[in-house]
Design a protein around this ligand. Sequence first.
Ligand SMILES: Nc1ncnc2c1ncn2[C@@H]1O[C@H](COP(=O)(O)OP(=O)(O)OP(=O)(O)O)[C@@H](O)[C@H]1O
Length: 205
Amino acid sequence: MASRHRRGAFPAGAKAAPEAEAAKESVAVAVRFRPLSPREVRRGEKIAWYADGETVARSEQSNLAYAYDRVFGPTTTTRHIYDAVAQYVVNGAMKGINGTIFAYGVTSSGKTHTMHGDQISPGVIPLAVKDIFNIIQETPNREFLLRVSYLEIYNEVVNDLLNPAGQNLRIREDLQGTIVEGIKEEAVLSPLHALSLIAAGEDTN
Ligand SMILES: Nc1ncnc2c1ncn2[C@@H]1O[C@H](COP(=O)(O)OP(=O)(O)OP(=O)(O)O)[C@@H](O)[C@H]1O
């Protein structure tokens, strides 16, 4: 999972602590290891990489180790990961600082589990939506109109997941920043409303 401007891994043993501090201001690259699935266990597969402390990913087999801003092991909850590396991006966004949170990994590595989650283990998206509405409620004398857009970029093509007609949209910059031309924006009034739009967008995908 990475947030804001991306920065890569750095060799274990490098100064991890100041990097992690700096991450609070700009970027955090965090690694999450999922547990082996029951199928993988049945097949006798073994864990190749594991979390060595809070910032190092290590492989005994290959004798390699890389340091990140944070490394989370298979028992870590998404809530914990959200609090550690995602919440500050959401808080920043509510103060007007652009922020991005994205998950990157091979198939079946746990991106959907981390970002969407389920009823038992809500993902980063529902946790962020809930936080945003809490922040709005706690802000006195401020009026917000929250709008949700949902797009997919695949093979360099931008499609609107809230509007089947919105295909191959153009991205351009104007005085307000980067905009996607013609993207549908829905005003949302509650966390449930926002999440139902996202779920609808998933269904059209
Ligand atoms: N931290 C975790 N704890 C328990 N189960 C997990 C965890 N992460 C992922 N899983 C399970 O592993 C499987 C694969 O995860 P998921 O579907 O999130 O991967 P993905 O990266 O989104 O895959 P794809 O790119 O193929 O869509 C799912 O059954 C999911 O429930």
